[in-house]
Design a protein around this ligand. Structure first.
Ligand code: ADP
Ligand code: MG
Length: 706
């Protein structure tokens, strides 16, 4: 057995190329590979023999190849591999499309294990495009039988390869060291980490997945809360700058806004102002559904900080959003003559003349001079010193701010006043039940904006089938003629990275050519240069561009009140929480807005059959979106729908950083909290558990601050 920190290159069949691909997914060591967990499973019911086959169900067969050959279908322009397979009870026809190498891999007389569905076509039974693997009497199939793990991939890697690698290193599962105290495992009747890892990669039955998930769920929540436990302890020893409430100025500012604040906005602002007036550092979470108006609340807190002649920073998860906040701040705070700057890895801009033009430490110079710095999350991960930073606001905080809070504590942000730490506000649209927030966030307080600004109409949401797409396009055309604008989101392609960008480009071509030749459209994706993205967003805001065709980068925060159409292609591939976020990009102004959920076109990879993909499950999920406008309701349904076989995946991402746990796991949250309390009674610094301490510090360092 190997050392877990050993490079994956030391494994058989991993050469330079494969190593690069794995590295792309963050897998460098054996340990990384071990913790690359499947995000769902495929299930193939074992079928003893060809006399017992079931039609249209995912089954596994063990058969012999009697005959295999390729033929060209000129009409369909493809290669078809046909095979006859048999066992003692009968024989069966199998076909594959456009995989000519199959007839080289599989030979007459080979024993194979096949997984897939058998279909009936005019009385003939055919298994189309099954997954296959050669077997012999000593080997058990790993790709085709029982519960088969499905992993996230990068292009050029296959499920089979990844499974093979993980199987190879599986003896190492025994070497993983347990983080949780033994007594905790016993008290909570949890299996240990070694067994949990084995079960998560190679479950034999549903219960294995269940048991493993229970373990990891507990571990995630335990670590999360242990972090907040230490954070709270540390914060209790810290001091913050007192920011006096400049009531008159704040009132004037609120009166100058183009709208009246909602009651919840007023209440939240007040809660924050009262907090930062004290000299113990605030840790507050501002929660409000998409479009509820969180930004203005943050700006009120920021204004108060600046009026106290102290610095503030405002961070967003994407460049696009940071730029948007910068523009809003410039506009709303115009008359105060504050020095405001935008800082991200690609962009540096300010509304004031910099005293020095030395490009090298421009960040440093900006942070010494500006009153308000707006940027991406990377702002705090860099080693920057501030003048007198007293308030930090983080927008769209899916990670709940514990790690970032810690980061800020650790950083020597303020040169002059090393003994103070900034007040901290994080904002999220993730719905959090109040009862839970108290348990989960330990030291943090919660403000919620529950009601949306008055004048808002519900967003009309519709599921659009392929047949009705043209009608929908006509409608969009009409809306644009009326002066409105639209977003089109391209499908998420689950397992392979960068494919989204391709689909955005293709969608653009298609629409430009066939549907909206006259309309100004632009594409947008995460890999574009910041300046390019910004140009597109500002053209869109100025209504010069009518349609933006985008990957999910548009997901968070963007605010364009004139946009009334959100069309999501391949909607069945997204999770409800994410769809809700997309939908939140419209309905932000006075106009009636629409959200169209378009289903993927059925890709017929089996041209001989009328293969109807079963959409009923996904449409029932999408129906929920029609029915509910509220994020909390949708989050609950999303969770119910995770269903069996789907432990997590891209579908869940963006909602929380937990993979197994969720904020609705009240029982486990409570149990892990109780454990921490119990353990801390005799050992408040967890000195008996150095591994645990190491894990949470490591975790903090590893947190990606995008
Ligand atoms: P989110 O909570 O999703 O971040 P934003 O802060 O972006 O929402 O606000 C959404 C839109 O609503 C913005 O255009 C903002 O100017 C506007 N807005 C905020 N508060 C109100 C209000 N009380 N009345 C009307 N419009 C508002
Ligand atoms: Mg926002």
């Amino acid at each position: 057995m190997e050392n877990l920190e050993k490079n994956i290159k030391t494994l058989p069949k991993i050469g330079d190329k494969t190593e690069k691909k794995l590295e792309k997914m963050g897998i460098k060591t054996i340990n990384d590979l071990i913790f690359h967990f499947p995000f769902r499973y495929e299930k193939y019911e074992f079928c003893e023999n060809l006399g017992k086959i079931k039609i249209n169900t995912a089954i596994n067969l063990k058969v012999k190849i009697d005959l295999i050959r390729n033929k060209r279908s000129f009409r369909k322009k493809m290669t078809i591999s046909e095979a006859i397979v048999s066992d003692d009870h009968g024989s069966l026809e199998v076909i594959w499309f456009n995989q000519p190498f199959i007839s080289k891999t599989l030979k007459n007389g080979d024993m194979v294990s096949l997984a897939g569905k058998i279909m009936a076509n005019n009385g003939r039974l055919i298994m189309a495009s099954p997954i296959y693997e050669k077997i012999n009497q000593y080997s058990e199939p790993i790709h085709t039988k029982g519960i088969v793990p499905i992993y996230n991939l990068t292009s050029g890697l296959t499920q089979k390869q990844l499974r093979f690698f993980i199987k190879k290193i599986s003896p190492n599962f025994l070497k993983i060291t347990e983080y949780l105290p033994k007594e905790t495992l016993e008290r909570q009747s949890l299996i240990n980490i070694n067994l949990a890892t084995e079960k998560i990669h190679f479950p034999k039955k549903d219960d294995d997945i269940e048991k493993a998930s229970e373990y990891f769920k507990f571990l995630e929540l335990f670590l999360f809360q242990l972090k907040s436990y230490f954070l709270k302890k540390e914060l209790e020893t810290k001091r913050a700058e007192k920011l006096e409430i400049k009531l008159n100025e704040i009132k004037k500012f609120i009166l100058s806004l183009p709208f009246e604040l909602t009651d919840d906005q007023k209440k939240s602002s007040w809660e924050i102002l009262k907090d930062i007036e004290k000299n113990n550092p605030m840790s507050r979470l501002l929660q409000g559904d998409v479009g509820s108006g969180k930004t203005i609340v943050a700006l009120i807190a920021i204004l108060n900080c600046l009026l106290n002649k102290k610095q503030a920073i405002f961070m967003a998860p994407t460049e696009i959003l940071a730029t948007q906040h910068y523009k809003t701040a410039l506009k709303l705070l115009e008359k105060y003559n504050f020095k405001i700057a935008l800082l991200s890895s690609q962009k540096k801009e300010s509304n004031f003349e910099l005293l020095s033009k030395n490009k090298k430490d421009i960040q440093q110079i900006i942070c010494q001079q500006a009153d308000l710095i707006i940027g991406t999350h990377s702002l705090i991960s860099e080693n920057i010193h501030f003048k007198n930073l007293s308030l930090v606001v983080i927008d769209e905080q899916h990670r709940f701010g514990v790690s970032q809070r810690q980061e800020i504590l650790k950083k020597n942000l303020d040169d002059n006043k090393k003994e103070t730490t900034p007040h901290f506000l994080s904002m999220t649209a993730t719905p959090i039940p109040r009862s839970l927030s108290l348990v989960l966030f330990n030291g943090s307080k919660l403000s919620s904006i529950k009601t949306k600004p008055k004048n808002r109409l519900d967003i009309k949401t519709e599921i659009v089938s392929t047949e009705r797409k043209n009608k929908m396009y006509e409608f969009i055309n009409q809306e644009i003629k009326n002066g409105r604008q639209a977003f089109i989101i391209c499908p998420l392609i689950e397992e392979i990275e960068n494919s989204e960008i391709k689909s955005v480009k293709e969608e653009y071509q298609k629409l430009k050519k066939n549907i909206f030749p006259e309309i100004e459209m632009s594409i947008l994706h995460g890999k574009m240069k910041a300046t390019e993205k910004e140009q597109i967003m500002s053209d869109f805001l100025a209504n010069k561009i009518k349609i933006i065709i985008s990957t999910s980068v548009i997901e968070v925060g963007i605010d364009v009140p004139n946009a009334t159409i959100m069309l999501i292609e391949g909607a069945e591939r997204f999770g409800l929480a994410q769809l809700h976020q997309f939908r939140g990009r419209v309905g932000r102004g006075e106009y009636q807005s629409y959200c169209f959920l378009s289903l993927s076109e059925t890709k017929n990879d089996t041209p001989f059959f009328d293969k109807k993909i079963n959409y009923s499950k996904s449409t029932s999920r999408l129906e929920a979106l029609k029915k509910y406008q509220n994020g909390l309701d949708l989050a609950k349904i999303d969770l119910k729908n995770r269903g069996s076989g789907n432990i997590y995946g891209k579908i869940q991402s963006g909602f929380t950083n937990f993979k197994f746990a969720s904020i609705f796991d009240y029982e486990t949250i409570k149990k892990s909290r109780d454990e921490i309390e119990l353990l801390s009674q005799s050992d408040p610094n967890f000195e008996k558990y150095p591994l645990l301490l190491k894990k949470i510090t490591k975790n903090i360092e590893e947190t990606h601050l995008e």
